[in-house]
Design a binder for this molecule. Structure first.
Ligand code: BGC
Length: 508
């Protein structure tokens, strides 16, 4: 039902072009932006479980943890202060992504990526050298601003640079880099936690500078996207670049579509007013809000942020917990590879639907297992090995389902917006993602303490809702050129009703 044929049955247009080494390199370099996000997602959980770090910056939390005698596993780590350290970064990223929308539109995708690298580098240095809580917080805010800029500009950059029939795969490079960033962070924490002298956390936080340097250097050498050049009136340069990145001389069809998109964009007065105020952008607006909201309500960051803590709550020793989170990190990374292979072959819808069903089944199983063993009191002291192993396997299969569906495709809105509102709408996607990353990061430990195993039922419920949503409302965008995407909405059984509404034009 939700799948569409393009333009009521006619085949989508195809542009000539090859996969040139130039475009491959630019896209790989651009995707390095995902590394800085991933590193941050993965690093805070481990750092906040390091005693010297807690003792220095959060002495009250440290003392409280030392004195806890309760055997209620659900509430062992409930601490709003600690959660704030993890989640505060995402608040800064939320506001930065809104500002980044203007920069990306006016100055191009590359400048936003460069700013992301610069600001992030400062943040990492400040965190590594922190001697006071205020330095730590300021560093987190700078990292957040860097992430806001990177997540706003990199997915757009990838969507626009890639040949239309490779776009799914190229976009997913961003997510692949996120998962590599998370895994590196897990491994680094595992190593630095063992450094005697108590300064391991400095190394963990400081190494965030490495991906920042990569994106900074890359953005000095990368070219901007032809779409952004056309948008800023640099048409001759844009056409030359398009020939270079597509590896053919005949780029007229694609270039003319870009010009048409730009002319259409010029007729639109304010992207923000249009996006929120006119009905014809309802489908894109709905996706830019719902997709990142749903992505966070899969509950994935419960695992990503708090896996070591969660595994300890399940009765694992601290080393076993860190190892288990490395295992989920490896599964996350390899399963993302599956969607790189499949998104342009099987389509986005099949991945969303299969991933949703898989996550629902395994999240329900996790809820059942924990409920059965821990009950409502959470008072369990002896947990058999087989039980822990089954829970880890269920978590891994759940992570796998996420990694080839909602993980990468959570960034898919970047490919569905028309040029005139693309930058603004991408800002909305990132801001919503960051808002709910913040909320999940801030509330998980408290929710676990009050909802017990019901927390996993709560997330399973949302997974069921989002899978039904995809079935009915998500059009297939595989193999549709980015500047032709409006046709997908025009021919969708539900969204087509909005598409003939007028846009807000400048008064003559
Ligand atoms: C999400 C993150 C999540 C990560 C896990 C990303 O797409 O936005 O919140 O931690 O995937 O791989």
């Amino acid at each position: 039902m939700g799948g569409v044929s393009f333009d009521g049955g006619s085949p989508p247009p195809s542009y000539p072009g090859k996969l040139t080494p130039y475009v491959l390199l630019t896209v790989l370099a651009g995707a390095a932006g995902g590394l800085i996000f991933g590193y941050d997602l993965g690093i805070s959980g481990g750092v906040t479980s390091m005693a010297p770090f807690l003792e220095k910056f959060f002495p009250d939390v440290y003392e409280r943890q030392q004195s806890i005698t309760s055997t209620n596993q659900y509430c062992k780590f409930n601490s709003p202060t600690l959660q704030l350290f993890t989640s505060s970064l995402y608040l800064a990223a939320l506001f930065a992504s809104l500002a980044a929308g203007e920069v990306t539109k006016k100055f191009g995708r590359r400048i936003s990526m460069m700013m992301a690298g610069f600001i992030f580098l400062f943040g990492a240095a400040l965190n590594a050298g922190a001697v006071h809580l205020s330095m730590l917080i300021l560093g987190r805010i700078l990292l957040g601003i860097g992430i806001g800029f990177a997540n706003q500009s990199v997915p757009l950059y990838l969507s626009e640079m890639s040949p239309y029939n490779y776009r799914g795969r190229f976009n997913i490079c961003f997510q692949l880099m996120i998962t590599i960033g998370i895994l590196c962070a897990n491994l680094i924490n595992f190593g630095t936690a063992k450094i005697s002298g108590g300064w391991g956390w400095r190394l963990s936080l400081g190494l965030a500078g490495v991906p920042a340097v990569i994106i900074l250097i890359a953005s000095f050498f990368l070219s901007d996207t032809p779409n952004s050049m056309v948008q800023r009136g640099r048409e001759i340069e844009a056409k030359a670049l398009l020939k270079r990145i597509r590896g053919v001389d005949n780029v007229d069809a694609e270039f003319n579509d870009m010009l048409a998109a730009k002319n259409e964009a010029d007729l639109v007065e304010s992207p923000w007013r249009n996006l929120f105020g006119t009905k014809c952008y309802r489908p894109q607006l709905a996706m830019s809000i719902l997709i990142p909201f749903f992505q966070q309500f899969t509950g994935i960051n419960v695992i990503m942020f708090y896996a070591p803590v969660l595994f300890q709550s399940l009765g694992f020793g601290s080393d076993a917990s860190l190892i288990s989170s490395v295992i989920t990190g490896v599964v996350n990374m390899f399963a993302t590879g599956v969607s790189i292979y499949g998104s342009d072959r099987w389509g986005r819808r099949s991945l969303f639907l299969e991933g949703g069903v898989q996550m629902f089944i395994f999240q329900s199983l996790i809820a059942g297992l924990i409920g059965w063993r821990f009950g409502v009191s959470g008072n369990v002291t002896d947990i058999p090995f087989w039980f822990a192993a089954v829970v880890v396997v269920c978590i891994c299969v759940y992570v796998m389902g996420f990694a080839w569906s909602w993980g990468p495709l959570g960034w898919y809105p970047s490919e569905i917006f028309p040029l005139e509102v693309r930058s603004a709408a991408q800002s909305v996607t990132v801001a919503v993602n960051m808002a709910f990353t913040f909320i999940v990061g801030q509330c998980f430990l408290t929710m676990l303490c009050s909802m017990k195993y019901g927390l996993f039922i709560f997330f399973a419920f949302f997974v069921a809702v989002m899978t039904l949503f995809c079935y009915f409302f998500m059009p297939e965008t595989k193999n549709i050129p980015i500047e032709e995407m409006t046709q997908v909405w025009r021919s969708h059984w539900f969204w087509k009703r909005f598409m003939n509404e007028p846009k807000i034009r400048p008064s003559p």
